[in-house]
Design a binder for this molecule. Structure first.
Ligand SMILES: Cc1cc2nc3c(=O)[nH]c(=O)nc-3n(C[C@H](O)[C@H](O)[C@H](O)COP(=O)(O)O)c2cc1C
Length: 207
């Protein structure tokens, strides 16, 4: 299976990446791939807030623009078997680049097809002092509303101040639980409670 880690740090060699690299080792040991995608390598334009004007204007076709890398990221997310979001805590919140992605993901949710419905997810965060918990909480709320399946124990954080075996244990647990969820969850559309993926949905229901 193919899993995806999305790094929202502006530093590709920072603590978020360190946690993602540990996850990569864990997924590899379990026989699965884990691609680390650094948002800083992509040009993601700001959300144009089409949904605020008219809900039907917000969809992937409208959101995929020439010269904007959102489509590349969205495709990787849709194709993956599970996603780990890694964000530094910047002023008790996720990084601006991570939040730009969250805003753009509205276009994958506000459609007849709920593209991220039931996809296993975890959220991890690096923080210098306090702030990881609030950054993680801020991420989890929209991800749940987008239909993602936040795993039990699917969050952890790291300050990097000391060697923290507890963080490693949480990351091991996250990788194992994500593989378990991806393998064992039957096809199901959580939005419409149908026993098949949402990808064949034809009805458009408002939130
Ligand atoms: C703009 C900015 C704001 C930050 N705000 C916080 C904060 O509110 N709480 C905190 O614990 N650390 C804060 N930090 C420290 C970072 O969370 C910390 O350096 C973290 O390791 C960055 O992630 P990275 O190592 O993956 O780059 C901030 C750093 C920056 C650059």
């Amino acid at each position: 299976m193919r899993f995806l880690g999305i790094n929202g740090s502006y530093r590709k060699d920072g603590l978020d990446n360190k946690m993602l690299e540990i996850l990569k080792e864990e997924f590899k040991a379990l026989g699965h791939s884990f691609e680390i995608l650094h948002l800083v390598d992509y040009d993601i334009k700001y959300c144009r807030a089409c949904v605020s004007q008219d809900m039907s204007l917000c969809n992937p076709e409208k959101c995929y623009e020439e010269g904007d890398d959102f489509k590349k990221i969205a495709e990787k997310m849709i194709e993956s078997d599970g996603i780990v979001f890694a964000t530094p805590s910047y002023w008790y919140a996720p990084s601006a680049i991570m939040w730009t992605l969250i805003e753009r993901l509205t276009s994958l949710e506000n459609t007849p097809i709920k593209f991220l419905d039931g996809k296993p997810a975890g959220v991890i965060s690096a923080a210098g002092e306090d702030g990881a918990q609030s950054a993680i909480t801020a991420m989890i709320v929209p991800l749940i509303h987008m239909g993602m399946l936040i795993l039990p124990y699917g969050m952890t954080y790291f300050s990097g101040k000391e060697d923290d075996p507890e963080t490693r244990k949480y990351l091991e647990r996250l990788a194992k639980n994500m593989v378990f969820a991806a393998k064992n969850l039957p096809p199901y559309c959580w939005w419409e409670q149908r026993e098949e993926k949402c990808l064949s949905s034809t009805t458009h229901q408002k939130k």
